[in-house]
Write a protein that binds this ligand. Structure first.
Ligand SMILES: *Cc1c(COP(=O)(O)O)cnc(C)c1O
Length: 429
């Protein structure tokens, strides 16, 4: 075992030496002695984001209300400017993406627009492994139409409780379905769904389809336009490193610009006429029309820095390194963490086309093992019943950190050190 550990350590060093993205780690403010592997829950602060936020604060201080037009970039166009910066990450035109609201609010805004139950087509397809807020939002959208979620929300089932089978999902697309909303990457197992396949089958069956890409944008390339996705939304505090509660993004395929937003608000106006203060709403022609309120400038400014870093690094290079790191972690887990007495198993699909940016390590004592890791300065997170999620982020994590993680996990089991932590979950795990 010692030999194997050593061999993996040498591999880790070699991979880090050859890493073309190595220089980006210095752009992040990772505290000394901390190994941060939770970038799929909250991405880390970069120096670039910190500077952009401080600049926004200075503009507020120095310009006051004039900041809406005179700040750099002007706040009035910030949502469109950042939308255009994000469009390249998802394979969309710049007017198809806008920064707006939050993930759940955007599900409401786009769901209100795209869920149009009519005739026999009244149902929504989602899945039973979805992030709960998505399901809460879909149920309320169904209730708002005077329908019963028990009858009109179809949850595609998982056979193993961890992954979904795309063939089984598309079997649910029939003439009773109006809309589907599915995740790109499942938040627990890290499975990446085949969005192109799901979209083409949805359309063959007359179903409008959207995706919640919170767990993939910034880690995985997307091609919304080429796949002909109808709509999408994603948060910006995970792999986009926008900061806690940062303003989210939404995508509307230009084929649907005519529909206009179902939930109107003055920030969705045609920009040149927003301040005419007319009582007749004229929505902007583009994703911008789906904005509702004034954008939160202080929760958006960090994205100016972080999106620039993502662009500089390039999403293809990011994906390549991410896959290399998750592969390396799974290889180490197979050799060093699966055998008794360690007993870890991998809950993430192995195929490159089927996994996102994180790896789920499953262990019956997962909750307490995660606490024992935190006590050692390693930050993972935990999702019940048994998943420790490890997200090696291409921009700031190293293979050497993954090697240290594995060594610490072995030590925690060898010494049964997890035994000193309570088995109740804290408010956030
Ligand atoms: C992170 C995440 C959310 C978070 O929703 P908020 O409205 O930003 O709190 C929603 N859905 C999915 C799939 C997520 O991964």
């Amino acid at each position: 075992m010692i030999d194997k550990l050593r061999a993996f350590r040498d591999r880790a060093r070699e991979l880090d030496r050859e890493d073309p993205l190595r220089r980006f780690r210095r752009r992040f403010r990772i505290p000394r002695g901390v190994i941060y592997l939770d970038g799929n829950s909250l991405g880390f602060l970069s120096r670039d984001s910190e500077a952009a936020l401080q600049k926004a604060l200075r503009s507020w201080r120095d310009l006051g209300i004039r900041g809406w037009l005179e700040a750099d970039p002007p706040w009035f166009y910030m949502a469109e400017t950042l939308g255009a910066m994000c469009a390249g990450l998802v394979g969309a035109a710049s007017d198809e993406v806008v920064m707006s609201g939050t993930t759940t609010v955007n599900i409401h805004a786009l769901g209100a627009t795209f869920y149009r139950p009519a005739g026999r087509r009244t149902k929504i397809v989602a899945d039973e492994l979805d992030f709960p807020t998505d399901i809460y939002a879909l149920k309320s959208l169904i209730r708002l139409r005077g329908l019963d979620p028990a009858e009109h929300l179809i949850l595609a089932e998982s056979r193993d409780g961890r992954t979904l089978d795309e063939e089984a999902i598309v079997k649910r697309f029939d003439e009773t379905v109006a809309m589907a909303l599915l995740p790109s990457v499942l938040y627990r197992s890290g499975q990446l769904l085949d969005l192109e396949f799901l979209t083409s089958r949805a359309h063959e069956n007359g179903v409008v389809i959207g995706f919640d890409c919170s767990h993939s944008v910034g880690a995985v390339p997307h091609e919304f336009d080429r796949w002909d996705v109808d709509f999408a939304l994603w948060c910006s505090y995970k792999y986009l490193n926008g900061g806690p509660g940062a303003t989210a993004f939404l995508y509307v395929n230009r084929a649907h610009f005519e529909r206009g937003p179902a939930l109107a608000g003055w920030f969705g106006s045609v920009k040149e006429r927003q301040f005419d203060m007319s009582l007749d709403f004229e929505p902007a022609r583009g994703a911008g029309g789906w904005q509702i309120s004034s954008p939160s400038i202080l929760s958006s400014a960090p994205l100016i820095g972080s999106l620039a870093i993502l662009k500089e690094a390039g999403i293809d290079a990011i994906r390549k390194k991410s896959l290399q790191m998750t592969r390396f972690l799974m290889e180490m887990a197979d050799e060093l963490l699966a055998p008794e007495p360690y007993g870890f198993s991998i809950g993430t699909p192995r195929e490159e086309t089927r996994r996102g940016g994180h790896v789920a390590l499953c262990h019956p004592e997962g909750l307490r093992v995660a606490e024992a890791l935190r006590a050692r300065g390693i930050v993972p997170d935990f999702r019940p019943p048994d998943m420790i999620r490890i997200a090696p982020v291409a921009l700031y994590n190293t293979h050497a950190e993954l090697w240290t993680l594995v060594r610490r996990l072995r030590e925690i089991i060898d010494t049964k050190d997890y035994g000193r932590f309570p088995s109740e979950r804290k408010a956030i795990s």
